[in-house]
Ligand binder design. Structure first.
Ligand SMILES: *Cc1c(COP(=O)(O)O)cnc(C)c1O
Length: 460
């Protein structure tokens, strides 16, 4: 008698015919399902070490699990209960209603490069550049994929093969591998560091300028702050120095605060007023729009950027274009509260408190309300918390990690933070319409995380 368990292993045909596996073919197509089934069978075969062969149902379940795992990393909407307004890992700025509608409208055929008046070819970005000029008063504007690309393009188009002078205090690293020295190198320019980490003087810049100097670069130290014994020349002084040597001054302001006052954030308008030749900023930080890199400034320089081959490689897509146009229109209208980022940033503790109290009340015993801070995030306003009212949840006897895990497994997933054994929910970043849903999800997660505790056995 042959006792080889391999012969007891279900056959490929039987596995493919299993109703669960067969059903997966509708979403995954035949080939992906067959490849996965083959892999699952091969695995099962090599794992047979005298054990009984897995049943057809077990194998079918493994096929489903494999396929689900492949889709698990797809983008999903989440509830951001962290209180970090521009959460880079959660996609920075949530888009406004108008921006979402514009994306929907542009998603089909749209006038990306089509001129409705002439019926002929149009230029991508014409409208967005006009909106940028109108909003900032700058003579020219250009939009690319993100601010890192905008800086790369600027350096490549204006300084390739030459030297770029930057203060040592501004050689920043921004989340996601954006490092000024690395960008410079990739753009083919020689970095000339001047001054020290905490103090750089006008004379440091002046002494570093040679006939190889192509431009002066000023970078906002978005995500950190140097305090104490510090010095740096004003932008106006640096602009004058650049003029004397007939080289451009480029200011990377980072977060895209257009005007107004918010902590120590530099604004685009201020920078233009001080006559920076080019100002670079991000679309998805304080501007509150989609990921994009915006450049405004002198027409001759912007023109050189627009004609450079890198510009084509880092051009903006139609969905982003649509969302950015809508976001810029909101800035023009001055209705910043229509932008979720600004609504969240401007919420006062008094506005958050009743929502927090109502949530805590619904969660009952394990939740209390206390004062705390939210963060702007996205490299904006480093070191400045926004006063908030937090809901602090005691997960005991389950652990806080278990509760956070349950929250992430919910539909939609909820992302919260932990602090000293507690789970912290900050409603600043939760749209008020989601309060109800959030409360239901936390209630369920609390229940589930208790149920998942290992059973206590009482032997007495
Ligand atoms: C965030 C930031 C960038 C990068 O912006 P992305 O749009 O993410 O590429 C560049 N420079 C500064 C100063 C920043 O704060």
């Amino acid at each position: 008698m042959n006792t080889d368990p391999r012969r007891a292993l279900p056959k490929m045909d039987a596995l493919l015919a299993h109703p669960d596996v067969s059903a997966r073919r509708r979403t995954w197509g035949h080939d992906a399902v067959a490849d996965t089934a083959r892999k699952v069978l091969a695995n099962a075969r090599s794992n047979l070490k005298g054990d009984p062969a897995p049943s057809l149902d077990q194998l079918a379940a493994n096929v489903s699990k494999e396929l689900d795992g492949l889709a698990a990393g797809r983008l999903r909407g989440v509830i951001n209960a962290t209180g970090v307004v521009l959460h880079t890992n959660l996609g920075r700025a949530p888009l406004s209603r108008a921006a979402r509608e514009a994306i929907e409208a542009a998603a089909g055929y749209s006038t990306v490069e089509f001129d409705l008046r002439t019926g002929g070819r149009g230029k991508r970005g014409t409208a967005v550049n006009a909106l940028l000029r109108t909003l900032t008063g700058a003579p020219a504007g250009l939009v690319v994929n993100n601010a890192a690309a905008a800086l790369m393009l600027t350096l490549g188009a204006l300084a390739r093969g030459g030297e770029v002078v930057v203060s040592r205090g501004e050689l920043v690293e921004i989340g996601g591998e954006f490092r000024i020295p690395a960008i410079m190198q990739a753009a083919g320019v020689d970095l000339v560091e001047v001054g020290t980490t905490n103090r750089t003087h006008l004379s440091d810049y002046a002494n570093a300028i040679t006939d190889r100097t192509a431009l002066l670069l000023v970078v906002h130290t978005s995500n950190y702050r140097i305090e104490g014994f510090t010095a740096r020349p004003g932008l106006d002084a640096l602009v004058r120095l650049a003029r004397e040597h007939s080289i451009p001054l480029v200011h990377d302001v980072g977060s895209g605060l257009v005007s107004g006052a918010l902590g120590d954030e530099p604004t685009v308008l201020e920078s233009l007023r001080e006559d920076a030749d080019l100002v670079i900023f991000s679309g998805d930080k304080l501007l509150g729009g989609p990921q994009a890199g915006l450049v405004v400034g002198r027409a001759e320089l912007v023109g050189r950027l627009a004609r450079h081959p890198i510009a084509r490689a880092v051009r903006i897509d139609k969905l982003t274009l649509a969302a950015l146009e809508a976001t810029l229109m909101t800035h023009l209208a001055g209705t910043l509260d229509d932008l979720p980022v600004w609504r969240a940033l401007r919420l006062t503790p008094e506005e958050i408190r009743p929502r927090a109290e109502s949530l805590a009340q619904r969660l009952g015993g394990p939740a209390i309300v206390r004062e705390g801070t939210s963060m702007a995030g996205g490299g904006s306003l480093p070191g400045e918390g926004l006063p908030s009212i937090l809901v602090e949840i005691d997960p005991r006897p389950a652990r806080e990690k278990t509760l956070l895990e349950r929250l992430r497994a919910a539909e939609p997933p909820v992302i919260a933070r932990m602090e000293k054994g507690r789970v912290i929910v900050d409603l600043r970043t939760v749209p008020v319409e989601q309060d109800e849903e959030l409360s239901r999800i936390i209630q369920n997660a609390l229940k589930e995380s208790l149920e998942s505790l290992p059973e206590k056995r009482d032997k007495c």
